[in-house]
Ligand binder design. Structure first.
Ligand SMILES: [Zn+2]
Length: 949
């Protein structure tokens, strides 16, 4: 009986819930006319109403092209380049007919505002008065944030077709640039999949709210987050958009997203990048924010400001535009994407795709109205952004940045190319020069010293228009807002006091706190407080092409010698071996071709190969920029190792597989995929099920990228783990990264003897632990855990995405994987996860994993709390020196009293043998976002030297 009553009651509640849940009013997109009758509405081409279905890329192109064709006096389309999957990206310029008629002239006039050396303040005034402002309106950088994609078409139609006075005012005073799809490949994966499974079901458990691993449309083809890529510009989509951005020089830039539970627009959250000019940036964020607020209030829509979405990391598409003088803003709508057509909020109300589209439409139009209204002041401030920054240069400490290409001339040239894309002016030293105020990048707050730089060094003087951008992406460390740091330290201290069962407070970090590109690339750099004593020439495309060129200095009679001077050298050895060429490596100092070479030099003996070897070597040397030397005798002039020496060991051709499956972090997988492709190393992506059922038979290298250790554990299962172990012991090389390495170190997996600092089986911790107080003893004996990597706040929304979220560890804890919270008795015994900081790691010379690393210390990224104890059974290629007195932190945020103390005495890369195979652990990702490349050589070494490590 009771049961029945309860049942009836719950039914009533459900009913009441839906009866009271107000269906959101159906927004009318066509109240802002009159409209030109010949311009087709998107729905007339799509054959469905706004928000009833998802538009595919080709359908969208048809809509845009039809509108453009019907309004040629207002609309001009530009193709800006292809995606990795050969979709064309477009920019649609929309403005008043008199502006479209002189569009190139406008572009040239606005470009003049970017160089105060060539345009005086009065020139700038004239341009500001007589020229429309340029507004960059970009949509769907995260391909599955679908409301943005649909809203874009409504904005295009409104601007192309409406004769409403406010719209005509926008057209008169602005050139609107619509980026119709920032991430076409990701959006297409999402839209096609969603349309094929959706029933418009608001139940959060419906299949349509759970994108499969191979779909996950947020990311692009290589599973890069394009809204992190404006820093290093590695992906085609970023390159296309960035090129257009630098050609148009917009004054306002809006990136339209759609993930959180409420609409967000600026003012942004802390921290704000300290390189922004203030108070002017905040002034504009207020102008736009308050205008949006008025528009949303009058529609009775709720929203939030100054929370979650910060403006710190320079690789976002709001920060990056702001560092180029625009006002860059992120707008986040609340529906669509993983929420599909309909989604039940926490409180039972329903958010629809259509309502989310409406909010973006209103915010876009409001932003354009404000830009039109304030266009002269905005253009003047745009000019002042660079003018003021050049005036500030005189009093600034960082006057010049010097980059020495010696560590890798090709990788350095790639960095210089990236900088030149952003109109950064760079010179190359014609002769050695000296600075008495040089600061090295490998030490935080390094004191000034006298230093002589070699000819060929790249020199970037900050006395140039792009000074603030240069500073932001190249400075050794970017300071965070003091209040922000203190607030997070307080949260940390409170968390340290919390008991094991208590949940912890979140931190305010939205993204990594260190990214300085010379450090990320692993290239030697300095900054100086002076600019004297230097002669050089401008770096040109031709100079860089030459710097990247490889060569072979003759047809070898005996062997080719490939010195390990660039990252590409090992990749070239791997590629040649994959092609069937017999390649060897000198494991002792080698004398050949009239020179001495260090261990790690590759040798290709002509006699061991067929005639095609000459062409194969020449082709790859040219393509990959590797210098190769011909040796015509085996006789060593000195030492015991020549071409024929016993210490010249044959490589085994690498047959590489990589796990691609639900447990795997997509960005980690994608960055490894991208780098393997970049260097032409072939691999096979494989599911865990295939591996369990014998798929590795033909392979000798397996890569397990970052991922959730617990999910790896349950997906492999005990039989899969046995299969892995047997495969390793028969000679396989297993390479793991971050979460993959945590999986390998789990007690019940034991693919390595290394222990995670702070884990239950961490004996070192037990040894150093203070005797707990009697009443705390029980707690202290309970298993503390390795702190997981932090979940980026963009994913930490109020209504968490049900999409399998590869960056979070929220999966079911596996047996052997300890719980997350740590008891207070263990305060500062367990590493707190780092938001992403750069530390110095020392190079160990006893293992082939460090072949090619000429420096003694390497800058590495730490973005987790996974610290691995030294291996006592194997080798430790990169370590955080327990003996060193120097601080380990080079750049970014660390937890005082926790990070440095617990990091000392741990290894960043370690290797252990098992039977005739090896397990190579990377504590972090080898190619984070394609930006961090300082451990490229150990990674390629792990592949190249499989079987002979
Ligand atoms: Zn987004």
């Amino acid at each position: 009986m009771k049961i029945r009553i309860a049942f009836a009651l719950s039914l009533a509640i459900v009913f009441a819930g839906s009866a009271f849940a107000q269906p959101e009013e159906k927004f009318d997109f066509y109240t802002r006319g009159t409209y030109r009758e010949n311009v087709p509405r998107p729905q007339s081409i799509l054959r469905f109403d706004v928000g009833d279905f998802h538009t595919t890329y080709a359908q969208m192109e048809k809509v845009i092209e039809s509108i453009a064709a019907a309004s040629p006096d207002r609309v001009k389309m530009y193709d800006i380049g292809q995606t990795h999957e050969h979709r064309m990206q477009h920019i649609v310029a929309i403005s008043a007919p008199e502006n479209i008629a002189r569009i190139d002239e406008i572009r040239t006039a606005v470009a003049r505002l970017t160089d105060p050396r060539r345009a005086s303040a009065s020139d700038a005034d004239g341009i500001a008065r007589n020229t429309p402002a340029i507004a960059w309106m970009a949509y769907t950088i995260h391909g599955n944030e679908s409301a943005s994609f649909e809203a874009m078409m409504q904005v295009v139609y409104q601007l192309a077709a409406s004769n409403e006075p406010a719209t005509l005012d926008i057209l008169k005073n602005t050139v609107v640039l619509i980026v119709t799809g920032e991430n076409p490949d990701g959006h297409e994966r999402f839209a096609t999949w969603y349309n094929s499974v959706a029933t418009g079901n608001a139940d959060r458990n419906a299949i349509e709210h759970r994108e499969p691993w191979s779909i996950y449309g947020r990311l692009n083809h290589y599973r890069f987050d394009l809204n992190r890529d404006a820093l290093a510009i590695t992906q085609k989509e970023t390159q296309n958009m960035h090129k257009a951005f630098m050609e148009w020089n917009p004054q306002v830039a809006v990136d339209h997203h759609g993930q959180p539970s409420q609409y967000f627009f600026p003012p942004a959250a802390l921290p704000i990048n300290p390189n922004f000019p203030q108070p002017v940036t905040n002034k504009w964020l207020e102008i736009y924010g308050r205008a949006n607020a008025r528009a949303f209030d009058s529609n009775r829509w709720d929203y939030y400001v100054r929370d979650v979405f910060d403006l710190f990391y320079p690789g976002y598409w709001d920060t990056f535009p702001t560092l180029n003088g625009a006002i860059g803003m992120t707008y986040e709508t609340d529906g669509g994407g993983f929420k599909g057509l309909r989604w039940t909020r926490e409180d039972g109300s329903i958010v629809t795709l259509r309502s989310a589209i409406a909010k973006h439409f209103v915010a876009s139009m409001t932003t354009l109205e404000q830009t039109a209204k304030n266009k002269t002041e905005r253009l003047k401030d745009f000019y002042e952004f660079r003018a003021q920054s050049m005036r500030d240069h005189a009093g600034a400490r960082i006057k010049r940045i010097v980059i020495n290409p010696a560590a890798d001339r090709v990788k350095t040239a790639e960095l210089i190319e990236t900088l030149r894309r952003s109109k950064i002016e760079i010179k190359v030293a014609g002769s050695p020069f000296t600075s008495s105020t040089a600061h090295g990048y490998m030490e935080k707050n390094a004191p000034a010293a006298t230093r002589t730089f070699p000819a060929g060094s790249y020199v970037i003087d900050l006395n140039q228009p792009q000074r603030l951008l240069i500073k932001s992406i190249l400075e050794q460390d970017t300071a965070q807002d003091k209040a922000f740091v203190e607030d997070n330290m307080r949260r940390f201290n409170r968390n340290q006091m919390r008991g094991k069962g208590q949940s912890k407070e979140d931190y305010g970090f939205y993204d990594i706190t260190a990214w300085s590109l010379p450090l990320a690339f692993g290239i030697e750099a300095f900054w100086t407080e002076d600019t004297g004593n230097f002669t050089g020439t401008d770096v040109t495309d031709e100079y860089l092409a030459n710097a990247k060129r490889g060569s072979v200095n003759g047809r070898a009679q005996i062997a080719y010698v490939i010195p390990y001077e660039t990252d590409a050298a090992a990749a070239m050895a791997v590629r040649l071996a994959q092609q069937g060429v017999r390649v060897a490596v000198a494991t002792r100092p080698l004398n050949a071709a009239g020179r001495n070479w260090v261990p790690g030099t590759f040798v290709i003996r002509v006699t061991r190969n067929n005639e095609t070897v000459h062409d194969a070597v020449a082709k790859l040397a040219t393509e990959m920029g590797v210098d190769v030397y011909a040796a015509n005798t085996s006789f060593a002039e000195e030492g015991d190792t020549g071409i024929g020496g016993t210490a010249v060991v044959s490589l085994r051709a690498a047959k590489v597989a990589m796990v691609g499956d639900e447990a795997v972090d997509q960005s980690s997988y994608g960055s490894i995929w991208f780098m393997l492709d970049k260097y032409g190393v072939t691999f096979t992506p494989m599911t865990i099920n295939s591996i369990r059922s014998g798929g590795l038979e033909q392979y000798n290298v397996l890569i397990i990228p970052d991922g959730a250790a617990g999910r790896y554990f349950s997906a492999f299962g005990s039989s899969g783990i046995s299969t892995l172990k047997e495969w390793v012991s028969r000679g396989g090389t297993l390479i793991t990264a971050r979460g993959g390495s945590v999986f390998a170190a789990l007690k019940d997996v034991a693919l390595t003897s290394s222990k995670l600092v702070g884990s239950e089986d961490d004996e070192e911790k037990a040894k150093t632990a203070e005797t707990p107080e009697p009443d705390k003893r029980k707690e202290a004996e309970a298993a503390p855990s390795p702190t997981p990597k932090p979940t980026p706040r963009r994913n930490a929304e109020a209504e968490p995405s049900p999409t399998p979220e590869p960056r979070s560890d929220k999966g079911e804890p596996a047996p052997g994987l300890p719980p997350i919270a740590s008891p207070s008795a263990n305060a500062n015994k367990v590493p707190e996860a780092l938001p992403g900081s750069i530390m110095r790691a020392r190079v160990d010379r006893t293992t082939p994993l460090t072949y090619g690393l000429s420096q003694d210390e390497v800058p590495v990224l730490l973005a987790s709390g996974y610290f691995f104890r030294y291996s006592k059974e194997g080798s430790n290629a990169l370590i955080f020196d327990a003996e060193s007195r120097k601080p380990l932190t080079i750049s970014g945020f660390v937890w005082e009293g926790n990070t440095e103390k617990l990091l000392r005495g741990t290894a960043y890369i370690l290797d252990e043998s098992s039977g005739s195979g090896h397990v190579v652990l990377f504590a972090e990702e080898p190619f984070f976002r394609g930006i961090f490349r300082s451990t490229a050589r150990p990674f390629f070494n792990a592949i190249a030297f499989n079987g002979i490590l």
